[in-house]
Design a protein around this ligand. Structure first.
Ligand SMILES: Cc1cc2nc3c(=O)[nH]c(=O)nc-3n(C[C@H](O)[C@H](O)[C@H](O)COP(=O)(O)O)c2cc1C
Length: 382
């Protein structure tokens, strides 16, 4: 079966994942803060951005290669950090690390991932200096610095500090479903699992994933998802900048003032994101922040973007609006939930083909040359 036959679109993958995964697991992926307005608007804002069709341009040979932070990657998109990916599919973190290596793209392990910093580096074929990145949450500076030490020892070169989760938001779906980390199985969850036998058998065979990095660093206590993550203040940032010699990227930036401060503090790049709408429901669509922040930072400062990316067209739009690189969040988990490794592969093929075709349609042969000239009309969202 060709990859394209696994599913024809991300929309189809979402439907397959919904059938295959227990409700509580699907809702953990798809859910967001509050009324889920920010999550919805992240996507609808992209629909309001239009690309300008062009003809008679030289687009016979097209390139999707994209450089970022001095590295050359084969595609302009990678994988955002996401906690507990292995819940969706056993070995998901490993598949993500491997796809980073085989496709030559950056992929980011979360602090709350179900795999260790050390394993993720090894699975990337010890390519952590390029394709495997590590994302840090700071509950206490001591635990965080221990993780930084482990990341350094494991060969990582790019550290992503996420700052938009000072406190995990109320996510109604998780509360309704009794979703907790570490996992708790009561009668309700039992029924949900029994109705999704493929997933449940896989889980029985592979065990319940845990956010292992918190056990390996610090006092060895299990991860408390609801504990504050406010340990990362400006002083911590300065200490981290001093301590970490590789690339330091700050994720969760939505304000031009914050971006300017980070630039002046010697951070190597920022990651514009509203956490896929999972934190502040009243946040503006992430894509609306991009042109303003790009204008404030100037043309050369590295900007990564995520939140609401659901197609290759969205990747092209974000780059045209000023992003150097784009990351996929939920799209990756839906693909894994739908068909595991084959789903992940299929998603990459769909996005790559989509970007390639879009470049031909808009008369731009190289993603490196995408800029505001390829945009047709911007509605008020941006
Ligand atoms: C299930 C799930 C878990 C996530 N866990 C983390 C995390 O541990 N660290 C982090 O920085 N971001 C986390 N995020 C946010 C993603 O990195 C990314 O910013 C977001 O998913 C992008 O929006 P999108 O899903 O609409 O593409 C998570 C997102 C999801 C869906």
């Amino acid at each position: 079966m060709s990859n394209m036959a696994v599913f024809a679109s991300l929309g189809d993958a979402v439907l397959q994942a919904k059938r295959r995964l227990p409700h509580m697991v699907f809702d953990f992926i798809e859910g967001a803060a509050g009324l889920e307005t920010a999550a919805d608007e992240n996507k609808s804002a992209f629909a309001d951005i239009k690309l300008q069709p062009r003809i008679l341009q030289d687009v016979a040979t097209r390139s999707l290669n994209k450089s970022l932070l001095g590295e050359s990657y084969a595609l302009p998109f990678g994988v955002s950090p996401m906690g507990m990916c292995d819940l969706i599919h056993p070995g998901a973190d490993r598949l993500i690390a491997e796809v980073g290596h085989t496709r030559n793209i950056p992929v980011c392990l979360s602090t709350a991932g179900s795999s260790s910093i050390e394993d993720f580096s090894q699975w990337s074929k010890n390519n952590a200096s390029k394709t495997a990145w590590f994302q840090l949450y700071v509950q206490t500076p001591e635990i965080a610095m221990d993780m930084v030490k482990r990341a350094e020892k494991s060969g990582y070169h790019t550290l992503v500090l996420t700052l938009d989760v000072p406190q995990v938001s109320r996510r109604v779906r998780d509360i309704r479903n009794g979703f907790e980390i570490p996992f708790r199985i009561g009668p309700r969850q039992f029924i949900d699992f029994a109705m999704h036998p493929t997933w449940s058998i896989n889980r029985l065979l592979n065990g319940i994933p845990r956010p292992i990095n918190f056990e390996l660093s610090g006092d060895g206590k299990p991860f408390d998802r609801n504990a504050q993550r406010t340990g990362a203040d400006l002083e911590f940032l300065r200490q981290l900048r001093e301590r970490w010699k590789g690339n330091l990227i700050i994720k969760g930036v939505m304000s031009a003032d914050d971006a300017l401060l980070l630039q002046s503090e010697g951070v190597d790049g920022i990651w514009i994101s509203n956490h896929g709408g999972r934190q502040l429901d009243a946040a503006p669509p992430a894509i609306s922040a991009l042109p303003k922040i790009r204008a404030a930072l100037g043309p050369d400062y590295p900007i990564i973007f995520d939140s609401g990316i659901r197609s290759g067209e969205d990747v092209v739009k974000a780059i045209a609006l000023g992003a150097d690189f784009v990351m996929l969040g939920r799209a990756i988990l839906f693909a894994l939930g739908a068909k595991g490794a084959r789903g992940l592969d299929c998603l990459f093929d769909i996005f790559s083909n989509d970007i390639d075709t879009v470049l031909a349609q808009i008369g731009c042969a190289n993603v490196e040359n995408l800029d505001g000239n390829v945009l047709a009309a911007l509605k008020q969202a941006v």
